[in-house]
Design a protein around this ligand. Structure first.
Ligand code: NG1
Ligand code: ZN
Length: 530
């Protein structure tokens, strides 16, 4: 069957028109949209094979997340809603780069090597962001899926986490929720409302926030939440899609530039939220009475969430192992706080959600966040059962019972499949509401060390290789020694360099005690890699 099955697969409309190599990186394929059509066609083909291999529905998201409008990209979502299995990343890269003349034989090779039963039906669930190039790329994907007779569920304009959610719900026969957008909104909104009860405000917490949607697809989802939550949470929407995507706005801009996004009114002490172009990252910020900008990033969200879970576990008397996973970009202030004050085990892994997710699976309850605001909480099945059963335990005291059922409700508010800006936001809002905290109280738990990120353009970023969760350079030889020398001059100094997986640059990170020195530290280290 195999050789004939892949006949007529080469489609002249989607022939490979350039020689440049493209790689399936931490965020799938991502580059200028005008050189992506053949890649998207081929990913349509691959998604059908992956679906047959897993005997389940597979997701495809067309997005370039926080990148500017001219870029686009595609990532595959595996059957349990997680990122594509690592061994298939290489298969995807090979398929994207093969000559048209070898496409048929490579598909046959993949299906033999992966032992794929081609008679099994395939389903591919597709989502896309609001980029102007997305419809053309969608057409290419659809052509690929159709060429191998796959079935398609096209969700249209959705956030990346919504696509992950629908894939999981589809493959678990609805046990995780209804596999529709309506299922997504109603599940999260219902839990959010039921936890909040009738008390809309509490203590210093006021149920109002300003949200910068990066002019991306998240704005559509926010409008839906405005409808679902209109009586309990007042969300003022900015950068709602009428301006340029991710241009001087969105979570990445706010995190890296540490400044207000365009269009957000600088109202003193008002909680503000920025999400990115596909709504899988979220950061908070506010302006104080002196017009100073304060950022509450992924590290802050992680510590708030971990502290809350720790409190609920202790109060309910439930013994589950809680752990937190970060990357080298986590602020040293947050890591000290987690280890020394919260006393929650903390692990550091290389950049990229797949690494964080994998490590978090080792804990009963694993909280993971990148400093840029991409993260979530995941639970072992046994932990979820324990939480459910504990809430029903009759010998619990009232305090234990209340904590126990809160723990259960909060679990339902989390999109475990992937970092989800809006589900994370609802979780933060829930915790702040419960504690009666405004954003200033939240910030009080620890001090961030002043920090700076720089991008350096080099000829070949891959000359830099790293180890120890990217915190030390292996090559070029002696580079680490030079970095160490510079860092040792700064009190509480820390700095590292690594090649980006999504842009053709080297990233430089620096932090130290003094805000007036941190720029100098970053520039000194950056000058070593020019
Ligand atoms: P690179 O370009 O490899 O640094 C960036 C982010 C990652 C992750 C990916 C995927 C930083 C420093 N890096 O990766 O955390 O989110 O994009 O989008 O924020
Ligand atoms: Zn994103």
């Amino acid at each position: 069957m195999e050789s004939s099955y892949f006949n007529n697969i080469v489609n002249s409309e989607y022939s490979r028109k350039n020689d440049g190599r493209i790689e399936y990186g931490t965020a799938g394929f991502r580059t200028k949209s005008d050189i992506l059509e053949h890649v998207l066609y081929r990913m349509g083909l691959l998604a059908v094979l992956r679906s047959k291999a897993k005997k389940a529905a597979i997701g495809l998201m067309i997005t370039a997340s926080h990148n500017l409008e001219p870029d686009n990209g595609i990532k595959l979502v595996d059957s349990a809603g997680e990122m594509l299995e690592v061994s298939w990343e290489m298969i995807a890269t090979n398929l994207a780069n093969v000559l048209d003349s070898d496409l048929t034989s490579m598909l046959a090779h993949i299906s033999t090597k992966e032992n794929i039963d081609l008679s099994i039906p395939a389903t591919v669930i597709i989502g896309r962001d609001t980029r102007k190039s997305s419809p053309i790329l969608l057409k290419a994907v659809l052509a690929g899926i159709k060429a191998l007779n796959g079935n398609v569920t096209d969700l249209g304009l959705v956030t990346t986490p919504q696509l992950h959610y629908v894939v999981v719900c589809t493959n678990t026969d609805g046990a995780y929720g209804n596999p529709t957008l309506q299922g997504y909104y109603s599940k999260l909104a219902a839990v959010f409302k039921s936890i909040r009860g009738t008390e809309i405000n509490n203590g210093k917490y006021i149920s109002r926030l300003q949200l910068d949607a990066a002019n991306g697809v998240g704005a559509i989802a926010v409008r839906e939440f405005q409808r679902y939550l209109k009586d309990v949470l007042d969300i003022k929407l900015f950068n709602d899609g009428s301006g340029d995507l991710n241009y001087m706005c969105g979570a990445d801009y706010v995190k890296v530039q540490q400044t207000l996004p365009l269009n957000i009114p600088s109202e003193k002490s008002v909680r503000c939220v920025s999400i990115d172009g596909d709504a899988d990252r979220v950061v908070y910020f506010y302006i104080d009475g002196n017009n100073k900008f304060h950022l509450l990033d992924g590290d802050r969200i992680a510590t708030l969430v971990a502290a809350y879970f720790k409190e609920l576990l202790e109060t309910s008397g439930l013994s589950l192992q809680l752990g937190l996973v970060q990357t080298a970009y986590a602020n040293g202030g947050s890591t000290d706080y987690i280890s020394n004050v919260l006393k929650v085990p903390v692990a550091c892994v290389p950049t990229g959600v797949k690494h964080l997710h994998k490590k978090a699976l080792e804990f009963d309850i694993g909280v993971y966040f990148e400093a840029n605001g991409h993260g979530t909480v995941i639970f072992k099945d046994t932990a979820k059962d324990a939480i459910k059963n504990h809430a029903k335990n009759e010998i619990l005291s009232t305090t234990q019972r209340v904590a126990s059922s809160k723990l259960k409700d909060v679990t339902d508010l989390i999109n475990e499949t992937v970092g989800d800006a809006l589900s994370d936001m609802l979780l933060v809002e829930t915790i702040l509401h419960t504690k009666g905290w405004d954003v200033i109280e939240w910030e009080r738990s620890y001090n961030d060390l002043p920090n700076r990120q720089l991008k350096v353009r080099v000829k070949d970023r891959n000359i830099i290789t790293t180890t120890n969760a990217e915190r030390h350079c292996l090559t070029p030889v002696c580079l680490q020694e030079e970095i160490d020398k510079i860092v040792s001059k700064y009190s509480r100094g820390r700095s590292f360099v690594r090649p980006s997986g999504t842009e053709d640059i080297i990233r430089v990170y620096a932090e130290c005690e003094s805000s007036s020195d941190v720029n100098r530290l970053a520039v000194e280290v950056a000058s070593l890699v020019y």
